[in-house]
Write a protein that binds this ligand. Sequence first.
Ligand SMILES: Cc1ncc(COP(=O)(O)O)c(C=O)c1O
Length: 367
Amino acid sequence: MIYINLPKIGEEEIQAVNKVMRSGMLTSGLGMGPAVTEFEKGFAKMAGAKHAVGVNTGTAALHAAVMAVGVKHGDEVILPSFTFVATAEAVALAGAKPVFVDIEPKTYNLSPSEVEKAITKKTKAVLPVDLYGFSADFKHLREIADKHGLALVEDAAQAHGATYAGKPVGAFSDVVCWSMYASKNIMTGEGGVATTNNEQLDETLRMIRTHGEKAKYASLILGTNYRMSEMQAAIGNVQLGRLEGFVAKRRQNAQQLTKILEKNSKLVLPYETKDRQHSWYLYTARLKDGTETQRNKFIQELKNKGIGAEAYYVNPIHQMPFYRENFESAKLPETEKASKQVFSLPIHPGVTEEQARFIGETVLSLL
Ligand SMILES: Cc1ncc(COP(=O)(O)O)c(C=O)c1O
């Protein structure tokens, strides 16, 4: 089976973890350990941000970010429904209401005009996602946030290596949240990072990460334990150095697939511009005018041929039982349509040129 994603673990990662284990310093308290400190420095540089705060999952980064920008019980946060559920969890965990708005069909990302329509007196923040590794429309989203005095928190869990206006994604947001989960472009098994250019937010994020403390046993704000371990950071330090190569290989595989698949008029292929470069976390196409049944059958046929295709995401969040029961939502026609038609193909760095050709040709033969 050619899996949809597979972490690249080399001898260097293994040695880095060994070194931490032998040192006996596996984690830390208020002041972070040497591996986490090095990781934060390296990650901030990669992201083009002043500060990076290492945490134990991408979900933790999102929750801490939503808390740090001041979202509280009774507030509303505008976000897409067409994303991984963690984006909405962060809002609900902060006691606020997730207000789901529709996407632009071409990019699968939050539609700025729909965001503007959903703003109320209770809106506190906007939380766009760089879905599949393609940046949301941040120039517009920043303008809207500024006009209405809202915070902008970005879910860049899938976007390591993506650019927007020639810079790493995230330059327009107050806090940017990254996942280091095992499937991601770079990974630490489980892990996450929040980046920011704002000194105050950096300090707040660090406090939330360790029980709201600046000094031990004297919590100043509500916090929790979202600390990253030294083992996680040690893996991350090696992976950071490999990101460029990983993304280049993903891009190469994506380009090969596009070359093969662009001949077929039944497919809509991923969108990219010079100005907004993909991280190629997922190569996602859609079956033009296809039904959900056709799409699911197509994915099963690919799986039968040894290709681990998947659909992200079959259930938009506003239709999941918990969210449907607790947070009413408007209908989201583009989201609902995309969730029935999209499918993703493996392009991770472990996919060889020959396998990429096989994937492309198999897709064509099954259409
Ligand atoms: C879009 C998105 N948001 C948030 C997350 C949550 O990250 P994590 O699994 O590290 O908690 C993920 C990844 O799993 C994701 O893909």
